[in-house]
Design a protein around this ligand. Sequence first.
Ligand SMILES: *Cc1c(COP(=O)(O)O)cnc(C)c1O
Length: 429
Amino acid sequence: MSESVSMDLIARDQRAVWHPYASAVETPALFPVRSAAGVRLALTDGRTLIDGMASWWCAIHGYNHPVLNQAVTAQLEDMSHVMFGGLTHQPAIELAELLCALTPESLERVFFSDSGSVAVEVALKMAIQYWQGRGQPRKQKMLALRNGYHGDTLGAMSVCDPVTGMHQLFSDALTTQFFAEAPQTPFGAVCPEHDLASVRTILEQSGDSIAAVIVEPVLQGAGGMRFYSADYLTKLKALCDTHGVLLVFDEIATGFGRTGKLFALEHANVTPDILCLGKALTGGYMTLAATLCTAEIAAGVCASEAGAFMHGPTFMANPLACATALASVRLLLSTSWKRNVTRLETQLRQGLEPARQLAQVADVRCLGATGVIELHNAVDMQQVQPMFVERGVWVRPFGKLVYVMPPYIMSDADTSTLTAAMVDVVRQL
Ligand SMILES: *Cc1c(COP(=O)(O)O)cnc(C)c1O
């Protein structure tokens, strides 16, 4: 592999391919990857990069893991896919049982889908059908938080932060939902009642038309990388109960250990009515998501006019993905993941701390295996992306946020290379 192979791939990509959140006219800087192993991406031009992004929260065990490779190959011998209408299979059953066993006891039923956004769509539709089944068909709106992120399909977008989610571009196409102020109480602090004032006001005034409140527990991800009080969730759950509104936790980013607990809801010991999982579910190998709910929600949905839940993706419970997810979750449980996440938190805190002194930096914060440098101004991606690559690391900032959520297996030496590169790049800006 060489420089010329890279140049050729980039030129062909730029003629035919469209990348996420990218222009197809002024094409972005691109780095073709030839392979990935452990925490390293090998570029076709011969360079290797330490991956700080875990491919957007997913690759928690690193790349090309022998256990996950083996799970894929073994499943391939049996079947890669069969439809899920009227058929079932062991990988889906075992995975559903495992997810129910790992999450709070009252979450008893699993609906599989193919991506996080769809898992959120499923959660919203479940909430609406539930209230139909319980004789309250007017409850169809959602209440979400400012700075939230729940995915890119239209339903999921409707509950994303209206500003960062660019709702004005799609105003006539998007369902209007209710938005409360984002939690202000920091992680680890007791949440004063006034932090929920706007949630409370909306529920008091419009609870009759609201099916569910949807939040990312403890860590608001792509809507601002904000960490907040777990106690907020306890108080939110009480408000939901008072006003007869369901609670949906979107743990697509936080699930499977990222915040230091297997699921972020464990920081608060709050059980939602509906829980969305995705991203790290398959260890970053394949796309798979799951929406879990309580027996009460399942019963309510099935008591609605349809008598069934009205959703069914073509690739629902794909056996390859389910088998890989089973292997990934079991692998996680068999390793000292908690110690690794705590170790990474300490390393990220120490490594990123020097950035706090820089004039361009507004805040430095870490929680679990997530480290964030927030700047005063948005970065120019075209300028900074090559700066990281030159330093041998893969970091993909957005807006004012330069952040990492590495694979849990990253060594201390690689983590310190990663954080040093982040501080150095930020210093140059
Ligand atoms: C990434 C993400 C989603 C969307 O998942 P996709 O697989 O990209 O559709 C939804 N919610 C949260 C919290 C996420 O981080």
